[in-house]
Design a protein around this ligand. Structure first.
Ligand SMILES: Cc1cc2nc3c(=O)[nH]c(=O)nc-3n(C[C@H](O)[C@H](O)[C@H](O)COP(=O)(O)OP(=O)(O)OC[C@H]3O[C@@H](n4cnc5c(N)ncnc54)[C@H](O)[C@@H]3O)c2cc1C
Length: 365
């Protein structure tokens, strides 16, 4: 065998595994079917602006070890995610906090906001929510549901909120402070100069082959290494033997604008049903740079079919039962380790992926 490990996929899972294995003296080959490293966290440079090619990525964690780990590789800025929501030409702060309640109802004190929410929720008093709409109203009331939740959620899932199960929304955090910081984690930021720098550091000194689809030449690649770490879709690995696992997909439309500042914020959600995109990202606000131009991206959610980019797993009962069948098959694949968001059919944040890859390698070697 030429390599100790073949790693399929250069996203965070694959790149962290490669970095750790190299430190342990293992010979590693990384193959990636795209024409760049970094998986979905990849950023590309547009005349100084770092473009989040596959959607906004903000690193946030409470795990100091993970924060120190990534900061030892590259310098992070202190980006604080404070998105806005646009509904019928009016802006609202997110997450739901005193600013939002003031914008919605004109209330100025926590007591007045709490009283308003209690009054709004009373519509569902004594009733068990039967769908997502009723669940949201029972948690925060109709005004907030119709202005900030309904359209966004229906666009995201491609279905009416009345047809969506209540369990999708377990809780809707509300804050009675004027605090627009979306994440409650102790650490958050963006790598200065983009995420690709982080991947370049992780993969430094490791052989990486781009535009290589493992599944197109599986036998040849398998013969090159003792072990395989596979971070691609689990159903594709087994040639969709039990049928495909369902995802929601997204189309990103990137636009270069000849103006310095388009919307004054990194993220603005569009919560009306009639507007087909869910949000507009203005990339230069993640990692501020002084340029005469700006780049914005509109995010359009849509159904997924085999061949589309899989973004959000649909972890309902049907898909989870299917996933368990595929997971059973992995037990027969000796020498192959399945990890990361696609192989585990799981929504993972980046810090969780780093943690999971470190746990794997620590247990492995
Ligand atoms: C729109 C969106 C926004 C997000 N925002 C955030 C955020 O703000 N903060 C956060 O922490 N997380 C965020 N995430 C989650 C984040 O993207 C994931 O945690 C991370 O990308 C997972 O890394 P991974 O290595 O598991 O998978 P990926 O990044 O998907 O990497 C897998 C790699 O494997 C390659 N591959 C697949 N099949 C093959 C094959 N057959 N042959 C060769 N290569 C193959 C793929 O091309 C890909 O490069 C977001 C996700 C989405 C969808």
């Amino acid at each position: 065998m030429k390599y100790d490990y073949l790693i399929v996929g250069s996203g965070i899972f694959g790149a962290v595994c490669a970095f750790e294995l190299r430190k342990l003296g293992k010979k590693v080959l990384v193959i990636e079917k795209r024409n760049h490293i970094g998986g979905n966290a990849y950023t590309r440079d547009d005349k100084g602006i770092q473009i989040h090619q596959y959607g906004a990525h903000i690193f946030h964690t409470n795990d100091k070890k993970i924060w120190d780990y990534v900061n030892e590789l590259v310098q992070f800025n202190r980006f604080t995610n404070s998105p806005l929501a646009m509904y019928k030409g009016k802006l609202f702060n997110l997450p739901f906090n005193m600013n939002t309640f003031h914008q919605l109802w004109g209330v100025t004190t926590p007591a007045a906001a709490q009283a308003k929410i209690i009054e709004q929720r009373s519509e569902m008093e004594g009733k068990e929510p039967q769908n997502l709409e009723e669940q949201a109203i029972s948690l925060v009331g109709r005004d907030m549901y119709e202005t900030l939740i309904k359209g966004y959620t229906e666009k995201q899932w491609g279905r009416s909120a009345k047809e969506l199960p209540a369990f999708i929304i377990k809780r809707l955090p509300v804050r009675f402070t004027y605090d627009n910081n979306y994440f409650t984690d102790n650490y958050q930021g963006i790598p200065i100069g983009g995420y690709t720098k982080l991947f370049e550091k992780l993969l430094n000194g490791i052989e990486v082959r781009l535009n290589c689809d493992y599944l197109a030449n599986k036998h040849e690649f398998d013969s090159m290494a003792d072990k395989v770490i596979y971070t691609g879709p689990i159903d594709a690995y087994f040639n969709y033997e039990f049928g495909p696992l369902e995802y929601r997909s997204l189309t990103f439309k990137h636009e270069v604008l000849q103006q310095e500042n388009f919307q004054g914020n990194a993220v603005i959600n569009y919560t009306e049903c009639d507007i087909p995109y869910t949000r507009i990202i203005e990339h230069k606000h993640f990692d501020p740079v002084d340029t005469p131009h700006t780049v914005v991206t509109k995010e359009y959610p849509h159904d997924w079919k085999v061949g589309d980019e899989p973004y959000y797993p649909v972890n309902d009962d049907r898909n989870m039962a299917l996933f368990k069948k595929y997971r059973e098959l992995t037990k027969k694949e000796s020498g192959v380790i399945f990890g990361g968001r696609l192989a585990e059919y799981k929504y993972y944040d980046m810090h969780q992926v780093v943690r999971s890859a470190l746990n794997l390698i620590n247990g492995e070697c």
